[in-house]
Design a protein around this ligand. Structure first.
Ligand code: FAD
Ligand code: MG
Length: 301
């Protein structure tokens, strides 16, 4: 790519990044969107809960989004991975894994997060297909089915409450000793939600559709869907390189305007919120793009 200097570089060209790119492209900003093509929902066959695209494949939504953004000639795309980010006296310089450097006045981190799969054979293969991260995205499709929740502690309790509205055939699998208060245990029992503390050995599935949980003690339980709360890590070291603060839960810390603690660096999408949805990522990108454009206008007018 000939031009190395941009008004804005967006790291991550999925829903949040493309949406920010649209706000900025329509404002005639020179934008570079760098994307490594690994959206967190890529294994999910159908994406739900986003009006106008309900039930479409995530890749199709992303493809249509990219086509829309590509109409704006000031927006350029680069397929690759940002490996280094550095502050310069007039902005930021980034380096890609293939050794290319680009410069911009402002940076938007739209890099999502990486879910860390537990060490349970079968889990990763079912992720996003029948092992589910979110009842809003996938709960309706498995309503009233025999369902498990793989979680523990307060999160498991909150998840049980939410999912109970979608199915009454519900078991909580804590994969080891349950960490629940007396009140929580009593409430679960009142609602006939069994708590199973057995340690899980494996998830048996057919092409990602869960069939059974096999336990280390030899027991088995058949089921049709399993919700799971798993840990995540940030995708980019950009936030570390630059010294962007994190929240206690591991999200990049931003203010109401999507500004990080580093002037000129903004963040939007899954990397800043536990409310993970395509619609929310798009809304956040749209807003962050506008804030960055305003800042550029304020600085040059
Ligand atoms: P992502 O979509 O994760 O994209 C981040 C992008 O940044 C990726 O393309 C990645 O390659 C790129 N990137 C990261 N680091 C770098 C780097 N260093 N250099 C260059 N590029 C980089 N939401 C719904 O609304 N409905 C659903 O049905 C639904 N199903 C889901 C199923 C699963 C299994 C999961 C995990 C999530 C699901 N979600 C769903 C949530 C939704 O996918 C996310 O909220 C959404 O993808 C967030 O968009 P994002 O742009 O912030 O991040
Ligand atoms: Mg993500």
């Amino acid at each position: 790519m000939e031009n190395k200097n941009f008004d804005v570089i967006i790291i991550g060209g999925s829903y949040a990044g493309l949406s920010a790119g649209m706000s900025l492209g329509r404002s005639l900003r020179n934008v570079l969107i760098i994307d490594s093509g690994k959206s967190c929902n890529r294994q999910t066959p159908h994406s739900h809960n986003f009006i106008t695209h309900d039930g479409k494949a995530p890749t199709e939504i992303a493809k249509l989004a990219k086509e829309d953004v590509a109409k704006y000639k000031t927006v350029r795309f680069y397929n690759g991975t940002v490996v280094k980010t550095r502050k310069t006296n007039d902005g930021f310089e980034i380096e890609t894994s293939s050794g290319e450097n680009f410069h911009a006045k402002k940076l938007i981190l739209a890099s999502g997060v990486k879910d860390i799969m537990p060490d349970i054979p079968g889990f990763a293969e079912c992720w996003g297909i029948s092992v589910l991260h979110c009842p809003y995205c996938h709960g309706y499709e498995v309503k009233n089915e025999i369902t498990g929740i793989l979680s523990n502690g307060d999160m498991a309790y909150e998840f049980s409450k939410l999912i109970f509205n979608l199915t009454k055939k519900l078991t909580l699998f804590t994969n080891g000793k349950a960490v629940l208060s007396k009140e929580q245990s009593e409430k679960l029992e009142q609602n006939k939600i069994t708590v199973n503390e057995d340690e899980i050995k494996e998830i048996k599935h057919e092409n990602g559709s869960v069939r059974k949980i096999i336990f280390k003690n030899g027991q088995e339980v058949s089921l049709q869907a399993l919700y799971a709360k798993i840990p995540f890590e940030q995708n980019v070291n950009a936030s570390d390189d630059l010294g962007c603060e994190r929240t206690e839960q591991g999200f990049i810390k931003i203010d109401m305007m999507h500004k990080t603690n580093i002037p000129g660096v903004f963040a939007c999408g899954d990397n800043v919120t536990m409310m993970r949805s395509v619609a929310n990522a798009i809304a956040q990108g749209n807003f962050a793009g506008a804030v960055v454009n305003k800042e550029l206008s304020d600085e040059t007018f």
